[in-house]
Design a protein around this ligand. Structure first.
Ligand code: GLY
Length: 581
């Protein structure tokens, strides 16, 4: 059941809009502050703080864990730690401490935005040959299953960083709900039971995965209480020792022993050397809204900014649906072409971000769009010869003070690598597939990649994760979605719907479409287009392809004029919970 409570507006203090517009600096520990242009000014008075909080996540236990730490005096960032850790226990098919996350945080004090990069890294012994069969074809099993598919996890370090730099509570307090649920047990939701059933052949390859996910040889039965004592212990070590509880000592030794025994190549030095990073977010202005989103090593924010910059030359609000969809798809096509060609880990590759984010560049791309015809992707030149680039979760939080957290977290594909490291309860990710492992061969999401995203020791693989905060003169949204390569387009559409005035509930329920340059088709959710629109798009040259699987968006919004918070969890995921309290 979806809960979406509409809170009664509380008395809020007001400030002049000018105060909002004067802020907007993006900051990073490793980069200079980047000034964000201010949103459009009007003279309305707005609320300074909501006075109450909103959380939307893919699982009601995780949403409630967030509220539990808020009730203990925590802020949105403590709640983010609690929600992420709880999802590691109750939604392991999508994210967890064996994976990584990306987050956009907004600190109300000083109106500051920061991006937290807790993306996985390649181990030092990474070798592309491990992912290629003798005949030169991609070895999909090595890329997607077992320890070779797993990057060095980033989530534990990211949670420790958020708690230490931005939280008010201790890690023990923020991790307490997840530890309790893992120890005492919970009833797995239908999606977790289905994911285990779907992946059972691969889970059976690893004894610790069988012990954890297939007790008595079967997925947990409906209504069964399921406990995760090994993960509870690992979370306790993180709570007690921070990074050392995972990246050094007992847990690190168990992780490395399990990975190496199963043919993987992690070392203690790989774990010891992992660092979560703060980076300057991407900031783009569109129709008076400031969109704060993910920079590389996500391609999401660059693509969203590029698409919005192209679209800013059109008045979408005055167009019939086929024309509007045509321009959005053409903008998606051009942004994904650049995604494939240019983007990678900023610590390893130099990217032409100034160009990609420039309005002049967008002007040129806009000029190349014909008003009434699809551009075949094969007619759009690649920027360079490519040496040859679903399962993830997102949650959104606003606290009583107006702090915000947009967090997208992943183990990559359903149940990650399906490999549990014995004695840790940690299900490892299969994020290595997000590298361009084999030249000119797409990954599991059909994404191509270039040298910019080639694997290297210690390098972060490119991601599509696009946690975003959209700040307007009087309305704000915290938004994101899972969905592999479709994350970018789903978040983009959510942003457009929010700017069009839709509520959180409308945004998450909205039907969606997707284009990613190659394959040159428009994926369409059933019910997105009426027959006339489908016909018009087909006449323009588009190939429409039905797609059943769409991400589970979780959105919270704050209307600062009425001081109303809304929280909505995607109706495609019945276990989700958006709640205002
Ligand atoms: N593993 C999916 C992504 O990061 O894009």
């Amino acid at each position: 059941m979806i809960f979406s409570l509409r809170a009664v507006a509380l008395r809020g203090r007001v400030l002049l809009l000018a105060a909002l517009c004067s802020g907007g600096a993006a900051f990073a520990a490793d980069g200079a502050p980047r000034a964000a242009p201010a949103p459009a000014v009007n003279a309305a008075a707005i609320s300074q703080r909501p006075g109450h909080a909103a959380i939307a996540s893919a699982n009601f236990l995780a949403t409630n864990a967030g509220f539990e730490v808020l009730a203990k005096g925590g802020n949105a960032f403590d709640a983010a730690v609690a929600v992420a850790a709880t999802l590691s226990v109750v939604e392991p098919e999508s994210s967890g401490i064996g994976g990584g996350f990306m987050a956009v945080l907004h600190r109300a004090k000083g109106d500051r935005d920061v991006f937290i990069d807790a993306r996985e890294t390649a181990p030092a012994a990474v070798d592309r040959k491990d992912y290629v069969n003798a005949d030169g074809s991609p070895n999909r099993d090595a890329a997607l299953k077992g320890p070779l598919s797993a990057g060095i996890p980033g989530e534990p370090a990211g949670l420790v960083l958020i708690a230490k730099r931005y939280g008010r509570l201790s890690l023990q307090q923020s991790l307490a709900p997840a530890i309790r649920i893992a120890r005492d047990g919970f009833q797995p939701d239908p999606r977790l039971r289905d994911s285990i059933a779907e992946q059972k052949q691969d889970l059976r390859r690893w004894p610790a995965s069988v012990a954890k996910y297939l007790p008595n040889g079967k997925p947990p039965a409906e209504g069964a209480i399921w406990r995760d004592p090994d993960q509870a212990r690992t979370l306790e070590l993180i709570a007690a020792h921070g990074d050392d509880g995972f990246y050094r000592g007992e847990t690190a030794k168990k992780l490395v022993a399990a990975v190496q025994a199963a043919g993987g190549n992690w070392t203690l030095a790989d774990l010891d050397g992992y660092r979560a990073k703060e980076r300057a977010p991407i900031v783009v202005n569109y129709r008076g809204y400031r969109i704060v989103t993910a920079p590389p090593p996500s391609s999401g924010g660059v693509a969203i900014a590029e698409i919005l910059n192209i679209l800013s030359g059109f008045d979408l609000t005055r167009m019939a649906q086929p024309q509007r969809v045509h321009y959005i798809v053409e903008a998606m096509r051009r942004a994904f072409r650049d995604h494939n060609d240019y983007l990678g880990d900023p610590d390893f590759v130099t990217m032409p971000l100034d160009m990609l984010l420039s309005p002049f560049y967008a002007d040129g791309l806009r000029q190349s769009i014909l008003p009434d015809k699809a551009t075949p992707s094969s007619m759009l030149p690649r920027a360079e010869a490519s040496e040859p680039g679903m399962h993830t979760t997102h949650f959104s939080i606003i606290d009583a003070d107006g702090n915000m957290a947009a967090v997208t977290s992943t183990v990559n594909y359903v149940m990650g690598s399906t490999f549990v490291a014995a004695g840790t309860g940690v299900l490892l990710n299969d994020e290595m597939d997000d590298f361009a492992l084999v030249p000119n061969k797409p990954n599991v999401y059909g994404l191509l990649g270039s040298v910019a995203n080639a694997p290297k020791p210690g390098k972060r693989m490119l991601s599509s994760m696009s946690p975003s905060i959209v700040i307007g003169a009087d309305r704000t949204a915290v938004i994101g979605s899972p969905g592999g390569s479709t994350i970018i387009t789903q978040v983009l559409e959510g942003i457009l719907h929010f700017i069009d005035g839709e509520s959180a509930q409308q945004i998450v329920a909205h039907k969606r479409f997707h284009h990613q340059y190659m394959p040159d088709v428009v994926n369409v959710e059933q019910g997105t287009f009426d027959a006339a629109t489908s016909d018009a798009l087909t006449r323009m040259g588009y190939t429409l392809k039905p797609r059943a699987s769409w991400g589970f968006m979780n959105v919270v919004t704050w209307d600062r004029k009425t001081n109303q918070l809304d929280a909505a969890s995607d109706p495609r995921r019945p276990s989700g919970l958006g709640k205002v309290q």
